[in-house]
Design a binder for this molecule. Structure first.
Ligand SMILES: *[C@@H]1O[C@H](CO)[C@@H](O)[C@H](O)[C@H]1NC(C)=O
Ligand SMILES: *[C@@H]1O[C@H](CO)[C@@H](O)[C@H](O)[C@H]1NC(C)=O
Length: 600
């Protein structure tokens, strides 16, 4: 036999570890033996063998007296644990009847292990994904990590964390301190730290990544110094901490809504807590389902609970943190800057929010006239932008219309719609993302990276109107996960067949992401032919990568928008709220100015 042939055989067998699809992989963790599933997947014509360990419980079931408590690590398994099936999703409204088996007992994670030699002797780099869904919906089970794990040659983990009332009840006292869902994520990180070596993982090379509310959660974890040593890098995909409603002022309101709907006494907080804690989970779910079925967008607001300032996980409101960080050393910001941080947004995330103004069934034919924009749509959008906490005066409305009008085509309904998308993109994504990267980049030695994902993709994760002209919220997830998803009614993407072009894009994106997990640098160790060298983002250069069919480098992403929303508008509010005079305004010779008008 020719020696080349032998060498290749050895390499091939080494790569697949002498095991073939169908065999039962097994690992010995501190918690006991866990067995999984082995299969072969094909991506861009290459076969990969990958082991999946599904539905591993990482905490004691958060039920009964453990409802509204921090999660507790679970005891070792008494016999080998067969991790062959996904665990239940956390209790939630079954959007489009996709997730019908959700349960309060839901703290499970899934581990996907490539059956190949790691890039370093310490084991495979690890990526842990936090799913989105507004802290109210979703499950890690949707995002099948097999493709990213095998193409990227890294371990991928997806998790569930408590959602809605169970995840975020905050009564501003020790009974309901809030943020249980964030503590779940933190416990999952500890689980990874203690157990991932048994799966062949390197616990010194853990990266957190997440999308939408999952991205917000990633940032909150990266701002929690108690996570020191549990991960060293983080990727935030389309979700920051100063989006409207992210850390709302009022948590009592949704809690009271639930309590009243279940006939609890809401006059006495201790009794209200007890009643909520003892309520059967089905009753809580029924309140959610009834409320949302009656009025989807209005109802969703009533039953949504978000992270809150609990004094422990989150010490101050994000907007205040930005202000204080200018003059003080904050422990959380110091920790954040010790993490290598990649932050990105898509070209036109706001398309997903136009649903607020249209019947979801007819979103494709949604059009806005100038008259509707001026009198209904902009006032409503502005109220949302300020979390219903500011009167939208005529002057404010006029200022926003001035910014969000295409003055060359002010009356064209298509252009008006595009400007509405721009408005939502800026308010919810672009501005919050850029202020976050500015905060991180200012004084970090760990490296800061920024991307703008602009590729035109055919499969969408979230409902996307046919008229959307640019990349919507969630559109990067197909490429990130190699188009491998479960569920297909909400997520038309799981039945979508990507084109060859999209698979190549996906291969490139998975290369950047897995490089980042391996080396904290998206450019190493592998490069992709349509990629570019991704420059570091600094407060001076503000370089970022534009991810597209062919990548390119951009500079100064959304600087104007950031200036408008974080400097100009606050000054404008300061002026109207305190009726201050504009001292530097040019005055006319006779010193006479019209009220609200120019000087003459
Ligand atoms: C509105 O904002 C102020 C701080 O600017 C805060 O004290 C108040 O609680 C907020 N109200 C609501 C309803 O969010
Ligand atoms: C960087 O931080 C310092 C305070 O530590 C602040 O004065 C400065 O404005 C910040 N620079 C940017 C570009 O954010």
């Amino acid at each position: 036999m020719n020696s080349w042939y032998l060498a290749i055989l050895v390499i091939v067998f080494y790569e697949v570890g002498f095991c073939t699809a169908g065999e039962i992989p097994s690992v010995d963790t501190k918690l006991g033996t866990i067995t999984g599933l082995r299969k072969t997947i094909t991506f861009l014509g290459n076969d990969h063998t990958v082991d999946s360990y599904l539905g591993i419980p990482y905490a004691k079931p958060p039920v009964n007296e453990r409802r509204f408590q921090k999660p507790e690590p679970r005891e070792p398994f008494s016999e080998p644990y067969q991790a062959n099936n996904f665990g239940a999703a956390c209790l939630q409204f079954s959007w489009f009847e996709e997730i019908t088996d959700s349960s309060e007992d839901c703290l499970f994670l899934n581990v996907y292990v490539p059956n190949s030699k790691p890039d370093e002797s310490g084991g495979h780099a690890v990526m842990l994904f936090i799913h989105g869904g507004g802290f109210t919906l979703g499950t890690g089970n949707t995002y099948v990590g097999e493709t990213l794990a095998s193409v990227g040659n890294i371990i991928v983990i997806t998790i569930n964390y408590r959602l809605g009332l169970f995840g975020f009840l905050d009564l501003y006292d020790e009974d309901g301190p809030g943020n249980f869902g964030l503590w779940d994520q933190h416990l999952a990180l500890q689980w990874v730290n203690e157990n991932i070596a048994a799966f062949g993982g390197d616990n010194a090379r853990v990266t957190l990544f997440g999308e939408s509310a999952g991205s917000t959660a990633v940032v909150l974890q990266a701002l929690y110094p108690g996570n020191k040593g549990l991960f060293r890098s983080a990727i935030a995909e389309s979700g920051a901490i100063t989006m409207p409603f992210t850390v709302p002022y009022n948590h009592i309101k949704p809690a009271t809504y639930f309590a009243e709907s279940m006939n609890c006494n809401v006059e006495n907080k201790a009794e209200m807590f007890q009643c909520l804690q003892q309520a059967p989970a089905e009753n809580v779910l029924k309140v959610i389902v009834d409320t949302i079925t009656e009025d989807f967008s209005g109802g969703s607001v009533k039953v949504t609970l978000n992270p809150s300032v609990d004094g422990e996980f989150i010490k101050r409101r994000p907007a205040d943190m930005y202000i204080e960080a200018k003059t003080e050393i904050l422990e959380e910001v110091d920790f954040f800057r010790s993490i290598t941080f990649m932050n990105g947004i898509n070209a036109a995330e706001g398309a997903v929010f136009t649903i607020m103004h249209a019947d979801p069934q007819n979103i494709d034919s949604f059009k806005v006239s100038r008259e509707q924009m001026n009198n209904q749509v902009m006032p409503a959008a502005a109220a949302l932008a300020f979390s219903f906490n500011r009167t939208v005066t005529d002057a404010l409305k006029q200022l926003l219309l001035f910014e969000y009008t295409d003055w060359k085509n002010p009356d064209d309904p298509d252009r008006i719609r595009d400007q509405l998308v721009r408005f939502y993109s800026d308010v919810f994504f672009n501005v919050p993302a850029m202020e976050l990267s500015r905060l991180h980049a200012n004084g970090t030695n760990a490296g800061s990276y920024v991307y703008n994902f602009r590729a035109d993709v055919g499969g969408h994760l979230y409902p996307t109107p046919s008229w959307a002209r640019q990349t919507n919220h969630g559109d990067e997830l197909g490429p990130v996960f190699g188009y491998n998803f479960r569920y297909n009614k909400i997520l038309g993407i799981s039945t979508y067949t990507p084109t060859e072009k999209e698979l190549r894009l996906s291969n490139k994106v998975m290369t950047y992401w897995s490089n980042f997990a391996k080396t904290r640098n998206p450019n190493e160790p592998k490069t992709d032919s349509t990629g570019k060298v991704w420059p570091i983002y600094t407060t001076a250069s503000q370089d970022y990568l534009i991810i597209d069919e062919e990548d390119s480098i951009g500079q100064f992403m959304y600087v104007r928008e950031l200036e408008f929303w974080r400097k100009t508008l606050p000054m404008f509010f300061e002026a109207i709220d305190h009726k201050s005079t504009v001292s530097s305004s040019p005055s006319s010779k006779d010193g006479h100015c019209e009220k609200d008008g120019p000087c003459n």
